[in-house]
Design a protein around this ligand. Structure first.
Ligand code: ZN
Ligand code: ZN
Length: 475
């Protein structure tokens, strides 16, 4: 069962820029690999990383039945590497890779293409495909990090990351520095002695050798707290008590794929499937399933109302007719809705005048689930521009639909956000079903008129409206 994965798009929330974006899955995987693994790594390691990144996002994507990013409702993933998964966009890649851009871009693109549509599953479900920089000798059981036992996140001994810069780091502190950093009490007079009895005791560690609990001075710490207070790269550490020097092994929490280990295995000639099966216990590699919601609008009837047909509509400064633009966008939306299994009624399908009262009558008579009126703004001031959406005061569903559509439009068209507003407009007031009015852009603004004259722009707007409708029903 194959399908074109380029048709799948990821709703991405850029945490740093506080920005919404729609990216196709292929491009998403490339940006996620770029963000999470050095591009100098060997190809089989990059392929392992590509499968991890793809599996992780597929598990979250709404279209596959995932529940999305828990922090940003309505989005599949955010770009916070601690919350969801990091993502490096093309501008950043060009900047950071500089004169090696072509080489690295080709390598990562090849890693994506050669693993295309492959994900890791356990009992046929996509797994939480986590990874960390270097385990330092042993990966970790999930319960020691998350508190719950995950069958495929089991401890494995790994010698493959021993060439990493994180295999073994010595961090030394004076007793005074240790006291300050950990805010503990301890008798300083003992500082000169070789042995410092009682400074470190009560150690509890996991079977993989990471510290769970330790008593330092007069306080008991979790391994994680020591790691963050003393700036260690992992909780896999031991110590020597003359001064105090800690030997820290690994970087990261030790869950799932050890990235430097994947590098080591790739250099030894292991193929991608053996690398992944080494770190993820009992998983299988398989092709992604078809999206579970490929027909998300089955059973829905939607009235599309392209406003201002024929002579009733105005034109832009270059002569583009509003009635024509509205109809072109509405037709593209109609096509998309039908592909999603929904039923569409257009209040007009030619560029002709249909009265407002008649358009409302068509809507009410067909008892649709939603009515969407598509229009363009026209202002005397040519500078005015942007995207604006309206619903009737008190129409709660209309408000939700307009918010979803508005968000999708902003993400792809990137025009000025004029907001989602209440308005007592005839077409909204007189329809007896949830209704919205979308003003895609300003026909009176020469730049936006030029956009509206381009078929690609109208297609993008239509796709955004369809995505908004889908998101509303998925919510
Ligand atoms: Zn997130
Ligand atoms: Zn390792």
């Amino acid at each position: 069962m194959t399908f074109d994965s380029e048709e799948l798009s990821v709703k991405l929330y850029n945490t740093e820029k506080q920005e919404a974006r729609i990216v196709d899955l292929k491009e998403y995987v490339i940006g996620a690999v770029a963000s999470s693994m050095p591009p100098e790594f060997p190809k089989e390691a990059l392929k392992a990383q590509a499968i991890c990144c793809r599996t992780l996002v597929v598990k979250r994507m709404g279209i596959f039945g995932g529940s999305g990013c828990k922090r940003q409702p309505g989005f599949d993933v955010c770009t916070d590497s601690i919350h969801c998964q990091g993502f490096m966009d093309i501008d950043e890649r060009q900047k950071i890779w500089a004169n090696r851009y072509e080489e690295f871009a080709q390598k990562i693109q090849a890693a994506e293409e050669e693993t295309s549509e492959t994900i890791m599953v356990y009992n046929s479900n996509p797994i939480e495909a986590v990874y960390h920089e270097a385990c330092g000798g042993c990966t970790e059981d999930s319960e020691n990090v998350w508190g719950n036992k995950v069958s495929y996140l089991r401890r494995v001994e790994c010698i493959y990351c021993k060439d990493s810069p994180y295999w073994n780091n010595i961090k030394s502190f004076s007793i005074r520095e240790l006291k300050r950093r950990l805010a503990i009490n301890f008798d300083d007079n003992l500082t000169d002695k070789k042995e410092i009895p009682g400074l470190l005791s009560g150690v509890e560690s996991t079977t993989s050798g990471r510290i769970k609990k330790i008593r330092i001075g007069d306080m008991v710490f979790d391994g994680e707290d020591v790691r963050s207070l003393l700036g260690f790269s992992s909780t896999r550490f031991t110590w020597k008590v003359s001064g105090v020097s800690f030997q820290v092994m690994g970087l990261g929490n030790g869950l799932g794929l050890c990235q430097y280990g994947a590098r080591g295995m790739a250099l030894l000639g292991f193929p991608v499937d053996e690398i992944l099966k080494f770190y993820f216990t009992g998983v299988e590699l398989k092709q992604m399933d078809k999206p579970t919601h490929s027909k998300p609008l089955i059973g829905k009837t939607i009235v599309l109302d392209p406003g201002h047909g024929g002579d009733s509509g105005s034109s832009g400064p270059m002569g583009l007719s509003e009635g024509y633009v509205n109809l072109e966008i509405a037709r593209a939306v109609a096509e998309g809705i039908i592909q999603c299994g929904g039923k569409v009624i257009l209040t007009r399908d030619k560029n002709e005048f249909v009265s407002l009262a008649e358009r409302v009558r068509i809507s009410n008579e067909n008892r649709p689930d939603i009515t969407i009126s598509i229009q363009q703004n026209i202002f005397a001031d040519e500078q005015m521009g942007g995207t604006e959406s309206f619903y009737y005061p008190g129409d709660i569903e209309g408000k939700k639909i307009s918010e979803h559509i508005h968000r999708e439009l902003l993400a792809v068209l990137m025009l000025k956000d004029l907001g989602v507003k209440q308005a007592d407009l005839f077409v909204l007031r007189e329809t007896n079903n949830p209704s919205v009015m979308i003003n895609v852009a300003f026909l009176s603004n020469p730049e936006e008129e030029r956009f509206l004259s381009e078929p690609e722009f109208r297609q993008k707007a239509a796709k955004a409206i369809i995505n908004g409708i889908e998101a509303y029903y998925h919510d």
